[in-house]
Write a protein that binds this ligand. Structure first.
Ligand code: MG
Length: 241
């Protein structure tokens, strides 16, 4: 068997060499320009909240979003909200502040959350000197992954999430063949490093889907948001068009 296998291997090798050497050189396509001026959003981002306009959002039952807008911010009121548009692979930027008047303990202090696709919660909580179970603290993928570190700022201070999310891949029968993944920076600090995730409890659904809205949670606390924008990354996991 070993003697017979040699010519086959040599033949295969020759075929591979021939294929490689005869292939046309790959064309280099220059990445397109994206303007990213200091202090402004990238030119190809879609603004989800600019400080005054809630038109991209509804309550989860479809009513127009009624969160309180003031001084370039919106504050949780009367229910969770979702974007009208649904997204797949994304880069998401949002800023939030838990109430300056920090009352309550554990999960009952500055609780909100951003659910990607309405299904995967990146927890928002006042975790500045406020301990709770670690996979429920600020920056946790709720009930799945605690943050790598606690990068929280004090209550009332503006904080930033920058999130990269890749939706699950499905086979033709709708079965998940590659799980969703997420990377999260909290105030510029890496807190979730490309982890595989599954839908979270208390979201819109616990099933996987290629698309879904951004969902901001009303957890009975007046958490504020501002400056929310998103970049759609296309279907390719390498983030090309
Ligand atoms: Mg929450």
């Amino acid at each position: 068997m070993q003697i017979r296998s040699v010519p086959v291997s040599v033949g295969l090798l020759a075929a591979v060499v021939f294929t490689v050497s005869s292939a046309a050189p790959a064309e280099e396509v220059q990445p397109r320009m994206v303007s990213a001026p200091e202090g402004l959003i990238p030119s190809d981002a879609v603004v989800l909240f600019d400080g005054t306009d809630l038109s991209e959002w509804t309550y989860t039952d479809g009513r127009p979003a009624g969160w309180i807008t003031s001084d370039g911010t919106m504050t949780v009121k009367d229910g969770s909200i979702i974007t009208k548009k649904e997204f797949g692979n994304i880069q998401l930027h949002l800023e939030f502040a838990t109430p300056e008047d920090a009352t309550g303990e554990g999960q009952d202090r500055g609780n909100s959350g951003v659910y990607i696709q309405g299904a995967y919660e990146v927890q928002i909580l006042d975790s500045y000197g406020n301990e709770t179970y670690i996979d429920g603290m600020c920056g946790a993928i709720y009930a799945q992954y605690p943050p790598l570190v606690n990068a929280s700022r004090p209550p009332g201070k503006w904080q930033v999430y920058d999130i990269v999310f890749h939706a699950p891949d499905f086979d033709s029968g709708g079965k998940v063949i590659k799980k969703a993944t997420i990377t999260v920076f909290h105030n510029g600090v890496l807190i979730q490093n490309h982890v595989e995730i599954k839908p979270t409890v208390y979201g819109l659904r616990e099933t996987e889907s290629p698309l879904g809205p951004i969902y901001l949670q009303d957890h009975n606390h007046p958490v504020k948001y501002r400056n929310i924008w998103i970049r759609e990354l296309g279907l390719n996991r390498n983030c090309q068009e």
